[in-house]
Design a protein around this ligand. Structure first.
Ligand SMILES: Nc1nc2c(c(=O)[nH]1)N[C@H]1C(S)=C(S)[C@@H](COP(=O)(O)OP(=O)(O)OC[C@H]3O[C@@H](n4cnc5c(N)ncnc54)[C@H](O)[C@@H]3O)O[C@H]1N2
Ligand code: MOO
Length: 406
């Protein structure tokens, strides 16, 4: 393959995601489905609250009887409603979450009441408006109404909502099978047994860990030598994977064999080279097999390039297979804590540390520098030919942690 012109990031992402159809639907119990994406919208099977509930501990009275005094004639506790009727001058002791009796429309806080035996006297202010401390029936959701859309990630809150809406199981996509292959003659499988001419094979563990932030089944293969035979055996071991992720050998050197090895395996290159730094040599290929499509991501071997391309391509691809409505990472605007130099012709993603206020670009931006990557929590987005930016100026950035990876 002659060297193609690198394509813009968003075009490359769109091309990749277009190759991926969501995986089949399965029904999973809600707790087991946390972290996955809803394959279909979810409608409420019940109304919440199912009746008017008190939002505070106090006394339930009629809305036209707010001045008191009152006699306590019963109690409505959570799970134990008051079954009787209320006449003028009567009140019901009520707990937070308990059903408001049929004849009551107001809750007086217990802090605003003096109680002696069953006699109550108002000492504070009555509620304004009278229904202030009442959660009306159906205020959260009503039976039949949609509570969650297709493609939404089922996080803790969404899982709680599905349960509250009466669902024991939810429809989600099958978990993708991911095979991660690291390749290179210089790679040592054991980090504590690494000769001077070797480097510990760290990309496989890193890429697998990134994939495992999403619900998928990851197989690690390698490290694999830079030979066609070794790569063929590794790819054969990945024959059942939905997604094959390789690292290393994606560039133009004599030992960069990923492209010919993929061709020999029957995979077709969709695109190679994206106009980003780090990560330019990334390639995407597909292999059609028994009516199903495998997608191959050939990531560059430099550890930071591998990480950045996994962030911009592997994770969005896995989210798409899982049925996510929004597979791409979100960008936000942030102030620079220090100046950043003018950018070259390739869109660059310098690593930096954001402290919640401003982002400090790391002094070392080498695409092999794992220590600098590890000390960073954002990727700053520097457009091609961006001029020098001063401290205090705003730039765009992508979050690598605190949910940015997910
Ligand atoms: N003449 C050119 N040379 C290079 C170009 C180019 O356009 N023209 N592109 C450069 C860029 S950009 C990158 S990025 C690298 C990526 O190349 P490869 O994907 O072929 O990666 P390797 O050469 O196999 O390895 C690069 C570097 O990373 C280390 N590595 C590889 N695998 C692992 C692993 N599993 N764990 C840890 N470290 C790994 C490897 O030892 C090398 O040091 O190409 C440039 N060259
Ligand atoms: O693009 Mo390479 O990924 O600069 O290091």
């Amino acid at each position: 393959m002659s060297k193609p012109v690198p394509i813009p990031l968003e075009d490359a992402q769109a091309r990749l995601l277009q190759l991926a159809g969501p995986l089949p639907v399965e029904r999973v119990d809600v707790e087991g489905a946390i972290g996955r994406y809803l394959a279909e919208p979810i409608a409420a099977r019940r109304t919440q609250p199912a009746a008017d509930l008190s939002a505070m501990d106090g006394y339930a009275v009629a809305a036209d009887d707010l001045a008191g005094p009152w006699q306590v004639v019963g109690e409505s506790a959570a799970g134990h409603p008051f079954g009787g009727r209320l006449a003028a001058g009567q009140a019901v002791r009520i707990a937070t979450g308990a059903i408001v009796p049929a004849d009551a429309q107001a809750i007086i806080l217990q802090e605003d009441i003096a109680r002696q035996g069953d006699s109550l006297r108002l000492t504070g202010d009555p509620p304004v408006p009278p229904h202030k401390h009442i959660r009306p029936m159906g205020v959260d959701f009503a039976v039949g109404g949609q509570v969650l859309a297709a493609g939404v990630k089922l996080g803790p809150a969404q899982g709680a909502l599905a349960i509250s809406a009466g669902h024991k199981h939810v429809p989600v996509r099958a978990m993708p099978k991911v095979a991660v292959i690291d390749s290179g003659d210089e790679l040592a499988a054991e980090p504590d047994c690494c000769a001077p001419h070797q480097i510990p094979a760290s990309n496989g563990a890193m890429l697998a860990a990134m994939a495992r932030t999403l619900p998928c089944r990851v197989t690690r293969i390698g490290p694999v030598a830079d030979t066609m035979e070794a790569l063929a055996a590794a790819l054969d071991a990945a024959r059942d994977a939905d997604v094959v992720v390789t690292s290393g050998g994606a560039s133009v050197g004599d030992h960069d064999l990923i492209k010919p090895a993929l061709a020999a395996w029957g995979a077709e290159i969709d695109f190679w080279r994206v106009a980003i730094k780090p990560g330019k040599p990334i390639l995407v290929a597909t292999r059609e097999q028994a009516g199903r499509r495998q997608i191959v991501l050939g990531l560059p071997g430099n550890p930071v390039s591998s990480h950045v391309t996994a962030y911009f391509f592997m994770l969005p691809l896995l989210r798409t297979l899982l049925g996510a409505a929004r597979p791409l990472p979100l960008r936000f605007r942030v102030r620079l804590a220090a100046p950043i130099k003018a950018n070259g012709a390739r869109r660059e993603f310098p690593r930096g540390t954001w402290d919640g206020e401003a982002v400090l670009p790391h002094s070392l931006q080498d695409s092999a520098a794992l220590a600098a990557l590890s000390a960073s929590n954002v990727l700053i987005d520097r457009p091609a030919h961006a001029p020098r930016a001063e401290a205090g100026e705003e730039v765009h950035a992508f979050l690598l942690e605190n949910g940015g990876l997910a």
